[in-house]
Design a protein around this ligand. Structure first.
Ligand code: NAI
Ligand code: MG
Length: 504
């Protein structure tokens, strides 16, 4: 099956200028430099296979230099001595620059990742700017406490005065995935910078371009040298070296549960603090009284947006048997409406998946499911000359023990299953090693709040799915991760408490 690629060329001068620059370099200590080894790799447009840029391939030697630069910056007067107000303004300037360059950043993201232009232009790129704005306000509001103490063994006539301070944790290694590259970088950089940390950031090897452009914008905003360093390269080289490096105090990671578990091992040497945002297999529960005008498009968006390459994608739908047939039919109709094409084509709803490997992976889940009795209602095809596209797909007759029901597919594939009562719906929903998110569709808000207490997941949406904003904490229960990003809690990831206890 083929896909007609109608338009695949960027239209913005700035995008062309950025792409035309020769090999992209690493950002270390405020300078753009080649990898010590001189090695490079290429990144390409997953829809056309066209090479977009040559990138520097960092390894352990570059990690040493970047971590030293981050440590030096962490201790420097330029950064440690910067007032909270100046730090806040710096974050705000980064947000302004992202917005000023939104068209270029959106085109770069589409070219490199495949996503539709509207997803980046009106969703993820403005949302990245909002991350910086939200945390800019926190820089001036990082407060300690004074604590009245009941210690009773002080010498006569002496008092005890106790206070706490909140201090930046130090050098942070941030490792991001390929599904929403710019937004994932912003979700880590903004709170880390607000807290006063310094960072070595490694974007996913598949999608580094917007992170490199963000590096340029951060330097333009006036970030002191070494505060943010960017190392492009592979997970098993740069990623592994960063997570094991004794000079790194904390790792903030988003990606697969498998790599998350490897990072737990790698971080053991100096007991790095960890935040892990890992995989999911998020259920959507549809009650008989659901408002279908909300539920059908909402559930469709929850699984098909960004080609299902979303950690909270609602990939398992459990519908009450009385509305099951209607829901399957409605979802299939929504799926069939979506236009596949090059992300830069304004008509496109779904671009290619990030690469052939991911599309093959998605296809293998569906063909295995079919082999085990699952029925494909719509979609089910891998497409395009490069086989990087996957049709939005609705599958039924998927048993709880099947791999496509248990593992994260990370593609536009949803399994729909009927249930008979709430207990059964909850037992299906909770029958997963993951616990990232869930949605509940009902007009009975009182029972919705009660049911939400029984779902084991970091987020429960009621009558919506995949609603995000920087002020909403986001994290995984069970094997979906450790810690929370966003909200006031997101800042805590980058702070330590010091208790100062004085005899006065
Ligand atoms: P991955 O977990 O390997 O990649 C995520 C990031 O981790 C990338 O920057 C990668 O370079 C880095 N990385 C890889 N190995 C590493 C290591 N040993 N040490 C440190 N960093 C390392 O994800 P992958 O292999 O690209 O995708 C496989 C599956 O993982 C997907 O199909 C999807 O199911 C899941 N995934 C989930 C994501 C989420 O947001 N929940 C994001 C990306 C992938
Ligand atoms: Mg991998």
């Amino acid at each position: 099956m083929t896909i007609a690629i109608r338009s695949s060329e960027p239209t913005k001068e700035a995008t062309l200028r950025f792409l035309a620059k020769t090999a992209k370099k690493l950002l270390i200590d405020g300078q753009w430099v080649d990898a010590a080894s001189g090695a490079t790799f290429t990144t390409c447009d997953p829809a056309t296979g066209k090479v977009l840029a040559e990138l520097s391939s960092a390894d352990a030697a570059d990690v040493d230099v970047a971590v030293s630069a981050a440590r030096k910056a962490f201790e420097s007067d330029a950064w440690r001595g910067m007032t909270p107000s100046a730090r806040g303004k710096l974050l705000w300037r980064i947000a302004d620059l992202i917005e000023a360059n939104v068209d270029e950043l959106a085109e770069l993201e589409t070219l490199d990742q495949g996503k539709s232009l509207k997803t980046g232009r009106f969703g993820e790129i403005p949302a990245s700017a909002e991350q910086f704005r939200y945390y800019a306000g926190f820089a001036t509001k990082i407060l300690g406490t004074t604590i009245p103490t009941s210690i009773g063994y002080q010498p006569a006539g002496k008092k005890i005065f106790v206070y706490t301070t909140r201090e930046p944790i130090g050098v942070v290694a941030a490792i991001t995935p390929w599904n929403s590259p710019m937004l994932m970088a912003a979700m880590k950089l903004a709170p880390a910078l607000a807290a006063g940390c310094t960072i070595v950031l490694k974007p996913a090897e598949e999608t580094s371009l917007t992170t490199l452009r963000l590096g340029e914008l951060m330097m333009e905003a006036g970030l002191p040298a070494g505060v943010v360093n960017i190392l492009t390269g592979f997970g098993e080289t740069v990623g592994a070296a960063l997570t094991a490096h004794p000079g790194v105090d904390k790792v903030a990671f988003t990606g697969s549960t498998e790599v998350g578990k490897m990072i737990v091992g790698a971080a053991r040497g100096n007991l790095k603090k960890l935040t892990l945002e890992l995989g999911g297999k998020s259920p959507a529960i549809v009650m008989p009284d659901a408002d279908f005008a909300l539920a059908i498009p909402g559930i469709a968006r929850g699984i098909f947006a960004n080609g299902g390459q979303v950690c909270v994608a609602g990939s398992r739908v459990y519908a009450h048997h009385s509305v099951y047939a209607r829901l399957v039919e409605g979802l299939a109709a929504e799926a069939a409406k979506l236009k596949l094409g090059h992300g830069l084509d304004p008509e496109t709803d779904l671009g290619p998946l990030v690469n052939r490997k991911q599309a093959d992976r998605v296809a293998s889940y569906v063909s295995e499911g079919r082999g085990n009795g699952a029925q494909v209602v719509t979609g089910g095809g891998q497409m395009g000359d490069l086989q990087t596209f996957y049709q939005p797909t609705v599958v039924i007759d998927v048993r709880q023990d099947m791999r496509m029901m248990r593992e994260e597919i990370f593609g536009p594939v949803v399994a729909v299953t009927p249930f008979h009562d709430v207990e059964e719906a909850l037992s299906f929903a909770n029958d997963s090693p993951y616990g990232l998110a869930a949605s509940l569709w009902t007009s009975d808000l009182s029972s919705a709040h009660r049911i939400s207490t029984q779902i084991r997941s970091g987020t429960v949406w009621i009558n919506c799915h995949s609603y995000f904003s920087p002020e909403l904490p986001k994290g995984g229960h069970k094997e979906s991760g450790w810690g929370y990003e966003n909200g006031a809690q997101g800042l805590e990831n980058y702070l330590e408490t010091k208790t100062v206890c004085a005899l006065v």
